[in-house]
Every structure is written in C-alpha cells, then in structure tokens.
Design a protein around this ligand. Structure first.
Ligand SMILES: [Zn+2]
Length: 342
C-alpha cells in the first residue's frame, strides 16, 4: 500500500501473510512454469523485487532467488531487480498472497478488483517502478504463490477496476477493521478526503482472530519506549485513551502518574510499542497490573479490535460478506460507497 499515505498498511499485509495457509512449495527443481497468454493484451506493471540473483528461464519467465516470476526482468540504476509483467499475471500472485485462496470466490474477486485498482493507481512514469513487491504496496511472490481459485478470480474480473469521476480510484485495504472502518483523513496526516473512502460500520470481520485482541507487556517496555514523554509523570498509575476519532480509534493516549500527566499520539503509541503488539488503534482498554514486587514485574494489558489502519476494504469483512452470499460488487460497494466498478 502507498507508503506516504498508507503507512500502517504493512500491518494489514503482515496479518494477511500470517493468516493464510502455507503457500505451495513446488520448488524450482520440480516446478514447470506455464505462463499463459496475457489477458490484458500488453498492459504491463513494473514491480520492484529487490536485490538478488536472477536467471532467465524462457522468454516469459525467470528465476529470482528461489522463486519463479512471470514476465521479464531488468536492473535499475541502483542494481535492484525490476520485473515487468502483464498486470493480470501480476495479480495471479498478489491475490492469493493478500487473501487466502481458500476464501469464498466472491471475496477473491473483490480482492482482485481492488488489487488491480491499487496497482494502476501506483503507475508512475517518473520513477523506475510502479509497485514494490512487499507489504509496502502489495505482496507478490511469483508463480509459486499462485492457486487455481485465485487465478479464476482474476480471470473472471479481468480488466475491472474501481473508478471515481472517471479516474482510477484511490483505494486501500486491510486485514480486519474490528467493527468500523476508518476515514483516511483520520488515519494519516494529509489523508485524502474522498466521498467513497469513508468509515463504515462492519461486523462481518468477526471471524478474524484479531477481531478482539489482548496483549500483555511488561510496564518497563512501555517506560522504555516513552522515556521522554514520561519524564515528568513520576510513577505511572494509569494509561487511557484521551481522545478518539469518529470510528473510535485512539487519537491520543494519556499517561497519568504520581507527578503529573503526559499525552502521546495514538500513532506514536502504536509505532513505538510495535504494530504486532498494538494491532490497531481501536483500543478498548488499557489496564495497569501492578504485580507483586516480590514475584512479578508490573505489566499492562491492552485490549483492542481489528488489525491494521482500518481504511478501505476489510479483508475479513469481505470474506464474511461473501460467506453470506454477497457478490464482489456488493462487497466493493459496501466498503467504497458510490464507487464505479468498470
Ligand atoms: Zn471489518
């Protein structure tokens, strides 16, 4: 997802990676790449793979490290490997890496359309690449990551993207919204205020393991992370969400101690404690557990809902809607109200 405006997207992608079953591991020794014809008739995307060993396999595939990729490769001026690949073939790998291939077909179709839209929105002739092959933009792992179910979802939606005012829409997605998706203007400084990208109530993601989460961490990890903020607070006594935005996500966190109070932004709270600890800013409670000084160090318990930044399509919610029989169009219209699917 876009780094400038979609900083927290990596958490969503990380969860998507963690939640899906292990990918097929055919391995190069027994893997026969069989890229089919390009359904787009030549629409290409340039994917930055990173540094590593490459070797051509045939005119339409190559190896990079231990994996096989569709398309061709070249090197950027910085020596990074650039994969030029037909857009639809790029999606064959992105879709199952972002949503498990075992999910309902309509959820995979929604993922295909939103991933296609995202890739097109990232095309940029003023730089050497369009997208990065990581959670920074979209996960992409070449042929070994592909599955028939997700390839079918790509093929059956070929060419379909989300548009707004006849332009490629600015889209985002994340693993689990935890009950309400987020306005981009609340999620990121300078985030777009777009009529189709507004927070919506969503409980369809309640099957996600992160719909409700709880994490316990030593109080010392908090005091270490916020040394300067806690400098004049004294002995910490309580921690609470001081201000929340319209979706309920924490805008600021207040520390109260024996000598005073201090506040940090919600985004700093999540960043400094780690996105794997504070899985989202939809924080339900923060409890201090003093502990017995003779036996256990003090801890804090943080409880919250969802994982990721919360903006755009909720992947687990899409799965839930598809399981109820809703179509990919229904799903996309739910998370992107008023959007045009073309
Ligand atoms: Zn949701």
């Amino acid at each position: 997802m876009q780094r400038r405006r979609f900083l927290a997207a990596s958490a969503a992608a990380t969860l998507a990676l963690a939640a899906r079953p292990a990918l097929a591991t055919g391995g190069l020794d027994d893997f026969v790449p069989s890229p089919g014809p390009s359904p787009t008739g030549g629409q290409q995307v340039r994917v930055l793979l990173g540094r590593g060993q490459t070797s051509p396999i045939d005119a339409r595939s190559f190896s990079f490290g231990t994996r096989t990729y569709r398309g061709t490769f070249s090197l950027t001026s910085e020596g990074q490997v650039l994969n030029t690949v037909p857009l639809e073939e790029y999606l064959y790998s992105v879709v199952p890496m972002e949503s498990p291939h075992s999910w309902p077909q309509e959820a995979l179709r929604a993922q295909a359309i939103v991933a296609r839209t995202f890739a097109l929105s990232r095309r940029n002739p003023n730089r050497a690449y369009d997208v990065v092959a990581s959670e920074r933009d979209q996960a992409y792992g070449g042929l070994q990551g592909e599955y028939p179910e997700s390839t079918a979802a790509v093929n059956s939606t070929a060419g379909q993207i989300l548009r707004w005012n006849n332009a490629v829409a600015t889209v985002s997605y994340m693993s689990c919204c935890g009950g309400h998706t987020e306005d981009p203007a609340d999620a990121w400084a300078g985030g777009a205020d777009l009529p189709y990208l507004r927070g919506v109530a969503c409980t369809f993601c309640n099957a996600s393991p992160d719909y409700h989460w709880s994490r316990i961490l030593p109080l010392v990890s908090l005091t270490n992370a916020f040394t300067s903020a806690l400098a004049n607070v004294g002995t910490p006594q309580s921690i609470a969400v001081a201000e929340a935005d319209a979706s309920g996500r924490a805008k600021s966190i207040r520390f109260t101690g024996s000598d005073g109070t201090a506040e940090v932004s919600g985004s700093d709270f999540r960043r400094l404690l780690g996105a794997s600890v504070v899985r989202s800013l939809l924080i339900r409670s923060i409890t201090m557990n003093p502990g017995d000084p003779a036996q256990a160090a003090a801890t804090i318990t943080i409880e919250g809902s969802g994982r990721g930044h919360g903006v755009g399509l909720c992947q687990w919610g899409s799965r839930g809607l598809a399981s109820e029989g809703r179509s990919s169009r229904d799903i996309l219209s739910f998370y992107f109200p008023g959007i045009q699917i073309q």
